[in-house]
Design a protein around this ligand. Structure first.
Ligand SMILES: [Zn+2]
Length: 363
């Protein structure tokens, strides 16, 4: 599998490659066009869904790319690679696979992690029927300080110092939790979970209802990048620790990989509003096993990149050359241009896909 046949340089290219591979593999394709947003070149934005195998089978796999926009280049490559590599033809008779490409197409196309409303889609799936959105009191004390005003070394140093001061008082685990868990009050802040359900969130509900209607056992992977060692997979399994489903994820991918792993060497944040939990809620009593799978890039250095992403979102009259340079830096952080990284993550993504499918077949 040549990695450069699977990775793309733009959302529009990724989408075209995905649709072509799905057609060649005789997938059942449906596209959900964004009602009012386009790519920077005015092309349509869509969540594309390709289904393979037995669509009515009780065992279904749901593999998602692009929840975090620009992180989608990597997950897209794995989905495309699986189709090119003959994955659909190898499926057992009583199983189906649902590939969801570009869940946050706006972010994917506009080279940012968040949606058209600066919402972190992977914090947007809180249960809004049960009262107020989760609080993040520490974030309230940090929001103004963390907001970078100019992209200069001095401003970055000021924000780093503020985070250092917080760490001295509360510890690095608390800082990570505060920055990453999600917050629901500052639309211009980090990990903003949104005031309401995003278009992508509602569309995923339609997709789940239409494609997983007969499923009672679901294998789930949401592909991301940023956490973990460079070029290596990192697992965030959100099945309840110690439960039989958690044990199943350990069986599929290895207990050492799934159990007790610490993102960036810290305690895992108390994430709220995850896609994983949103899909689980839609499935009700039906069982789902799986994980967010990340591919490592710059480790804790991603904090600076997330800050840059937020800053770039707020700049309108920026010098085009400066914007292009900073966006290339971001692209290299979310999906390194390094051919070895791309080859390694594609190979390992295909292996992890096969392991999940073998596990689902034996479930
Ligand atoms: Zn992510």
């Amino acid at each position: 599998m040549e990695y450069f046949n699977c990775f793309s340089g733009s959302y529009t290219c990724a989408r075209a490659k995905f649709l072509k591979a799905a057609a060649v593999a005789k997938g059942d394709v449906r596209s959900f066009i964004h009602p009012d947003k386009k790519t920077p070149d005015g092309e349509p934005l869509a969540i594309d869904v390709a289904c393979f195998g037995d669509r009515k089978a009780g065992r279904q796999a749901l593999f998602i790319s692009g929840t975090h926009g620009q992180e989608g280049f990597s997950g897209s490559a794995v989905q495309i690679g699986w189709m090119i590599d003959g994955g659909p033809a190898k499926l057992p008779a009583d199983m189906g696979v649902v590939l969801v490409h570009g869940l946050n197409p706006y972010g994917f196309a506009h080279f940012t992690r968040t949606t058209e409303n600066n919402v972190d889609l992977n914090r947007n799936f809180i249960d809004r029927t049960t009262g107020a959105a989760p609080a993040n009191p520490h974030y309230e004390t940090l929001h103004d300080t963390l907001k970078i005003q100019h992209w200069t070394d001095a401003e970055n140093a000021r924000v780093d110092a503020a985070m250092g001061k917080f760490t001295e008082a509360h510890g690095r685990d608390a800082l990570f939790d505060t920055l990453a868990r999600g917050q629901y009050l500052h639309p211009d802040g980090l990990m903003y979970g949104g005031k309401d359900r995003e278009w992508s969130n509602k569309t995923l509900e339609t997709i789940v209802k239409e494609t997983l209607v007969g499923a009672d056992k679901v294998a789930f992977i949401d592909w991301h990048t940023g956490i973990g060692d460079y070029g290596k997979p990192f697992f965030l399994c959100f099945n309840e620790a110690g439960s039989p489903l958690f044990a199943k994820a350990c069986d599929w991918w290895g207990k050492d990989n799934v159990d007790g792993v610490r993102p960036h060497g810290m305690e895992r944040p108390n994430y709220t509003g995850l896609v994983f939990h949103g899909v689980q809620r839609l499935l009700g009593n039906r069982q789902m096993c799986g994980a967010v799978i990340e591919f490592g890039t710059r480790g804790i250095g991603m904090r600076r990149v997330l800050r840059l992403d937020q800053w770039l979102r707020r700049q309108s009259g920026l010098d085009p050359d400066m914007r292009a340079g900073l966006q290339a830096d971001m692209m290299d952080a979310f999906c390194p241009f390094d051919g070895q990284w791309r080859k390694d993550t594609l190979d390992s993504g295909l292996k992890l896909t096969d392991q999940a499918l073998a596990g689902l077949a034996a479930w």
